[in-house]
Design a protein around this ligand. Structure first.
Ligand code: PFF
Length: 457
């Protein structure tokens, strides 16, 4: 992204922006998080909820964030300060900055696993993979190795820092343009193999035939969190990216492109995962290790499996990198814009902080038994961070952003900004209705329910 190299830069082109925003959106959230959260929350019915939330909450909040960013041309804290001077609304920006650093800290741990799996696959670790148990054992052994987990976390944060610092940035954009379609093709290949495995039918039914009794408010909360996480919403990443966007672009169209491709990739990732998972007799509610266990079993059953498998994990690492860039860009833009730090200093300090905060997550998958199952909570540190930051914090952020635009800054002002430069704001009345009523009410209902039932995890 062009923004990384200079302050207040503009995206080179509309395609450049859509690619960067899609790069932020498409990542581990689609391929790692979506399948396992779907598996834990009942399959097809959850997918349905997820799609509904992408359309009725995700898209409106995406347009809201991009509008705030483009109007103010500031980082997420500065944007609120500019639209509502001397008010507590800047705290929404602060929440976003803190959430960005927090998500980056554990996201980079998982991204490190994909790098590790690239090397493992290349080295032939999965060539003779026969059973699901073997795959589970390889995974468990790998993630519980503290040196590997911390080392790979370090490598990934370092790569992210190098890109955000500049220089390589335009290169990344160019590479992503070529590599993402290749990832898409590999995803399709793995899916074709997965759905033709003997016993795949059960997985397809789990994933595609909704059991409506699984639609609960608790599942809705998870589906909404997943939709926001996957679209990079609720923490100002799209405010920050929108701030580098030229006045000419049509935000509704850009938002629709990003949401469409993001959702498509997630849906295909599920289609790749569940048939193989059921064919191997694994538990769909297995948690964060799910795809790392399942995917090697698919390419173990493909001709040229090591090659395709290594390619897959390499490309997944690239997809993760275009997302970690946006996570780091949020705090960095804040420090550069508001504190007048140099980009270099901001990147160094924020990446060091994310690395340090990531260490407990890296150790919470077997290396430390305390961190792997925190007493009194019962989940591991990484899972906890993933729920608190990746779900609740983003959901709270989305609620506050919709209230801000609907009732503080105002729908009229937002629409006027979008129509500047002769742009048509498609479906503006629908958008206004969703952002003023549907988003805040739906999110508040979900929060009330979760607090009421104490169903936090
Ligand atoms: N959307 C990214 C993914 O699905 O992998 C994760 C993410 C990036 C979340 C940036 C939030 C964010 F601001």
């Amino acid at each position: 992204m062009t923004s990384a190299s200079q302050e207040r830069d503009k995206w080179g082109s509309k395609v450049g922006f859509i690619l960067a925003a899609a790069g932020s959106a498409i990542g581990l959230g689609n391929i790692w998080r979506f399948p396992y959260v779907t598996g834990q929350n009942g399959g097809a019915a959850f997918v349905l909820l997820y799609i509904i939330f992408v359309v009725v909450i995700g898209l409106p909040v995406m347009v809201a964030e991009l509008t705030i960013g483009r109007t103010t041309e500031r980082d997420t804290v500065g944007a609120f300060a500019k639209l509502a001077p001397k008010s507590l609304w800047t705290l929404v920006g602060m929440l976003g900055v803190a959430t960005g650093v927090g998500i980056l800290s554990y996201y980079a741990v998982i991204a490190g696993w994909t790098v590790g799996y690239f090397f493992k696959t290349l080295g032939g670790s999965f060539s003779h993979l026969m059973t699901a148990e073997t795959s589970v054992n390889i995974f468990t052994h790998f993630v519980s190795n503290p040196a590997a987990a911390i080392g790979l976390l370090f490598v990934f944060i370092l790569l992210t820092a190098l890109v955000v610092m500049g220089g390589v940035s335009s290169g990344i954009e160019r590479w992503a343009k070529i590599l993402m379609p290749v990832l898409f093709v590999l995803l399709i290949l793995l899916t074709l193999r997965s759905v033709t495995l003997p016993g795949a039918g059960k997985g397809l039914a789990f994933y595609l035939k909704p059991d409506f009794s699984k639609i609960t408010i608790g599942a809705a909360g998870k589906a909404l969190g997943q939709a926001l996480f996957s679209l990079s919403l609720g923490m100002g990443a799209m405010i920050t990216y929108g701030s580098y966007l030229s006045k000419k672009e049509n935000l509704v169209i850009a938002g629709c492109y990003v949401a469409f491709f993001d959702t498509l990739i997630a849906i295909i990732a599920g289609l790749m995962t569940f048939p193989a998972l059921f064919a191997m007799g694994l538990d769909p509610a297995g948690g964060p290790g799910l795809v790392f266990v399942v995917i090697p079993t698919i390419f173990a059953k493909m001709p040229g499996g090591d090659f395709f498998g290594a390619g897959f994990f390499l490309l997944l690492s690239v997809a993760a990198l275009t997302s970690t860039i946006s996570l780091l860009e949020v705090p960095v833009a804040y420090l550069v814009d508001e504190w007048k730090w140099t980009r270099k200093k901001a990147v160094l300090i924020m990446s060091a902080l994310s690395f340090t905060l990531g260490i407990p997550s890296a150790l919470s998958n077997g290396a430390s038994s305390w961190l792997s199952k925190i007493p009194g909570i019962g989940t591991g540190f990484l899972d906890l961070a993933n729920i608190v930051l990746g779900n609740y914090s983003l959901t709270l952020g989305a609620l506050l952003i919709s209230v801000f635009i609907g009732y503080k800054w105002g729908i009229k002002a937002a629409i006027a900004q979008n129509e500047k430069g002769g742009n048509t704001f498609y479906f503006k009345n629908v958008w206004a209705f969703l952002i003023r009523f549907v988003c805040p009410i739906a999110i508040m209902l979900i929060f009330v329910y979760i607090i009421w039932t104490k169903n936090y995890f």
